[in-house]
Design a protein around this ligand. Structure first.
Ligand code: SF4
Length: 449
């Protein structure tokens, strides 16, 4: 096969210039992400996938339907007019295998993950894909979570936001960041296998004083023009000074939305619920199968008029342990560029700003990880321009040392069930808000509407 070495923009421009259509190999989550690109989706003829259950079916991806065939279909294809795009985490294995098919010797072929990695941090494409698009997606979620506005008004607001973030070009644009995470506590009442926050590894968990968190946020926001959404990680309802923190966040104009993620087993108190009623806040309730506690949490949120949703039947990506993997610099770059957290989960923790939440957690754990590029210490005396450059640096980097101790961006991803406990008896309820075996059917019916 003939490999296409391009960035995603370069690839899409080439498709248009040459008038090529596309066949995708792999009809799952990565395809969904790739097809968000309209210029690509409109050129896709069909998918091939080795999953026999998908073959012969129409799959729904990015709100369109595509036929799925067996990979053997590729042997019949005329590749003078089409190009093969691998949209699977197994792209290396697939390409190696197809290299042995003589019918595909001349076939032009690209792998979606490699198109993404090819983008340089000083390019406009990097800004557009990793900052602008992420900000707009976050902003759309913030608007939807608030339950407003009407669709026409939503597009208008998104267009306004796009124009604001783009500014007057690369030399003159505001520093708008898609999301940042704070970690007020390392305490948690659960001990989840594969916890992304590494909480079971903290032998002496601590709550950061709200005064310190607020001081860090004040220092950070001196250098940022707008943050579309802030996430409160850990188990926020265990944090004793949550009221002070929420009151501060509600008043901070540079933050447009605040997301709290709870394991659903701790009921928030009355003052917390009162603050959470503000449309700026949204709660995601993770359903790990503790149906009694979750029902109480859901009832408390519902009766207080808090905006929330329940995440049922989640599957996690296994991030692995904190030991070094011995990855080369190029492998670390690949892991970083393909990791969603590197775009969305920059983190502020205990007086420093980090390239991702995992980096912050590993430094707090004192597990032997340190880095000169992954984080910087917030400093009261720092000039604003200096601070902006440091923050910008964390959003415009393309590799991190932390990625030698984490598998989140590694392909193919390893999946694990969410919320399984390391210790103690754990029995997952057969019910979420409905009976679990009816849940998938209800979700599918909801999508068809
Ligand atoms: S360490 Fe790397 S792979 Fe892990 S979450 Fe951070 S950016 Fe992603």
């Amino acid at each position: 096969m003939e490999r296409i070495q391009e960035t995603l923009d370069g690839f899409l421009n080439w498709l248009e210039r040459e008038g090529k259509s596309v066949i995708c190999y792999g009809a799952s989550a990565m395809a969904e992400e790739a097809l968000r690109e309209d210029r690509l989706a409109s050129r896709v003829q069909y998918f091939v996938d080795s999953d026999t259950e998908k073959q012969g079916e129409l799959v729904r991806l990015a709100d369109r339907r595509f036929p799925v065939h067996s990979p053997a279909q590729l042997r019949q294809e005329d590749f003078s007019r089409t190009v093969l795009l691998i949209t699977s985490g197994w792209f290396r294995t697939i390409m190696e295998e197809l290299d042995h098919w003589p019918e595909l010797a001349e076939a032009p072929c690209a792998a979606y993950p490699q198109l993404l990695i090819a983008c340089a941090p000083d390019s406009e494409e990097f800004f557009r894909r990793r900052i602008l698009d992420e900000c707009l997606r976050e902003y759309e979620s913030v608007l939807e979570n608030r339950g407003e506005p009407e669709p026409a008004q939503k597009w208008e607001l998104l267009a306004e936001k796009r124009a604001y973030i783009q500014g007057n070009g690369p030399q003159d644009r505001p520093l708008v960041i898609p999301r940042v995470m704070i970690l007020p506590t390392t305490r948690c009442n659960l001990r989840c296998k594969g916890c992304s926050s590494l909480l079971p590894l903290f032998e002496r968990p601590v709550d950061l004083p709200a005064g310190q968190l607020i001081r860090d946020l004040d220092l950070f926001f001196r250098g940022v023009d707008q943050c579309i959404r802030l996430t409160i990680g850990g188990e926020p309802f265990l944090y004793p000074e949550l009221v002070e923190l929420l009151a501060y966040l509600r008043a901070q104009d540079k933050i447009l939305g605040v997301l709290l993620i709870t394991n659903s087993t701790i009921q928030p108190g009355g003052s917390v619920l009162e603050l959470l009623k503000d449309p700026k806040f949204y709660v995601e309730v993770s359903d790990y199968g503790h149906i009694r506690q979750m029902s109480r949490t859901v009832a408390a949120l519902e009766s207080a008029g808090v905006r929330f949703s329940v995440l049922a039947d989640q599957v996690w990506d296994d991030m692995g342990g904190v030991e070094p993997r011995g990855r080369t610099a190029e492998q670390q770059r690949e892991v970083y560029c393909l990791c969603e957290q590197s775009r969305l989960m920059k983190s502020i923790h205990n007086g420093a700003v980090y390239t991702c939440a995992r980096s912050a957690r590993m430094r707090a754990l004192a597990c032997g990880y340190s880095s000169e590029r992954d984080y910087f210490v917030l400093n009261e005396g720092e000039a604003i321009e200096c601070l902006r450059e440091k923050i910008r640096g964390l959003y415009y980097m393309d590799a991190a040392d932390a990625c030698d101790r984490c598998d989140l961006g590694q392909l193919p991803a390893r999946k694990i069930p969410a919320g399984v406990q390391l210790v103690g008896h754990w029995e997952r309820s057969a019910y979420t808000l409905v009976k679990r075996d009816e849940y998938e059917a209800l979700k599918a019916a909801g999508k068809k509407k």
